[in-house]
Design a protein around this ligand. Structure first.
Ligand code: ADP
Ligand code: MG
Length: 340
């Protein structure tokens, strides 16, 4: 009898680990394969960076409330965020599309309007792709090629004990934006005459529909003469992504609940929907902010940057990632946040 293992028994990360175990890279210019935000390729003078992401209708986005132009912008920004997470500069993107007959030429135009805007904002060229048909909604995949000077690359597996943990922007907004949009969708389905109640919620909605890759911070760190000792972008949520840095670096971390940067609108939406704001900040995905570590000596150079918050530090306790709560207790973080 052949054995059959359910994918759910491994989970996404377990499955990737298993794929990774079965793959050996052989080429001398393959510097880093599976395991970081982008693959790293030796180009001689510099490193090349290559990353790819896939977005499926019904899984990653809901077209009942996601304008196509925003979707186009978001998928490019998401790809670029992975290059930013290597401390790199994005250069070229390719886009693959699978379309069903539900889509018109005008709809495709709108999608590309958003993509073109993102390409302009992040100074990248759209240089190719592939187009095919789909029987189950829209599928988009984006690959981004970037570059980084060899001595400036930031991996996930190089955080050191006593390094400071930093995060850009604020957290949990994209998740709360999604919760509000989902709620309004249900209200609308129940009564199509209802007007959406999204006043004063523009920031969190925008965090969900039109996120930015933090290339601005990549440039500012460079200007400040700071190279992160490790970095990852926040696509899955702070808890999950911090656990990646710690597991891969063989270190632990302590983060402070009261230090978590959370916008006023995120607090308001969280309380309206009965979700803890810290839970949204720890577990909410798609903020596309950067989580990075710096050595203590870099503190002076970046302490006045308003885009950067120090949320904790790295310890030598391998795999132990703890949240210091507002109530002064220490609780272990899991990929789902924490169990108080
Ligand atoms: P990110 O969220 O930064 O895009 P992922 O969690 O998607 O990263 O992927 C983690 C690592 O696993 C990356 O190096 C990615 O290239 C690799 N990876 C993901 N899926 C596959 C796959 N099906 N085959 C090979 N490598 C994969
Ligand atoms: Mg990433």
């Amino acid at each position: 009898m052949e054995t059959r293992t359910e994918i759910s028994s491994l989970g996404e990360f377990g499955l990737i680990q298993r794929i990774n175990k079965g793959i050996r890279t052989t080429l001398p210019d393959t510097v880093r394969g599976i395991g970081d935000d982008a693959a790293v390729i030796d180009l001689g003078e510099e490193f090349g960076l290559l990353t790819t992401d896939m977005f499926l209708e019904g899984i990653h986005f809901d077209l009942t409330f996601f304008p196509l132009k925003h979707l186009g912008y978001k998928i490019i920004a998401a790809g670029i965020s992975d290059v930013a997470a290597m401390n790199g500069i994005p250069r070229q993107v390719t886009v693959n599309l699978a379309l069903s007959n539900r889509f018109s030429v005008e709809a495709v135009d709108e999608l590309y309007e958003g993509m073109k805007l993102a390409c302009k904002d992040f100074n990248v060229d759209l240089v190719g792709g592939d187009t095919t048909s789909s029987r189950s909604g829209l599928i988009i995949s984006v690959s981004v090629f970037g570059k980084v000077k060899k001595d400036k690359i930031a991996y996930r597996n190089t955080a050191k004990p006593n390094d400071l943990l930093c995060v850009t922007g604020d957290l949990g907004g994209a998740y709360m934006g999604l919760q509000l949009l989902e709620r309004e969708k249900q209200v609308f389905l129940a009564n199509p005459n209802m007007q959406p109640e999204l006043e004063g919620k523009d920031y969190v909605i925008q965090r969900q529909l039109r996120p930015e890759a933090r290339m601005d911070v990549v440039y500012e760190l460079d200007e400040a003469g700071v190279i992160p000792t490790s970095m990852i972008d926040l696509s899955d949520g702070l808890a999950s992504d911090l656990l990646h840095i710690c597991a891969q670096s063989g270190v632990g971390a302590v983060i402070f609940e009261e230090r978590l940067p959370i916008d006023e609108q995120t607090y308001l939406a969280a309380s309206e929907l009965n979700i803890g704001a810290a839970t949204a900040a720890l577990n909410g995905g798609e903020d596309y902010e950067l989580l990075f570590t710096v050595s203590q000596s870099a503190y002076e150079q970046i302490k006045n940057n308003p885009k950067i918050t120090f949320i904790g530090y790295i310890t030598d306790k391998k795999g132990e990632v703890e949240l210091h709560t507002k109530g002064d207790s220490r609780v272990p973080l899991t990929a789902q946040g924490w169990n108080a």
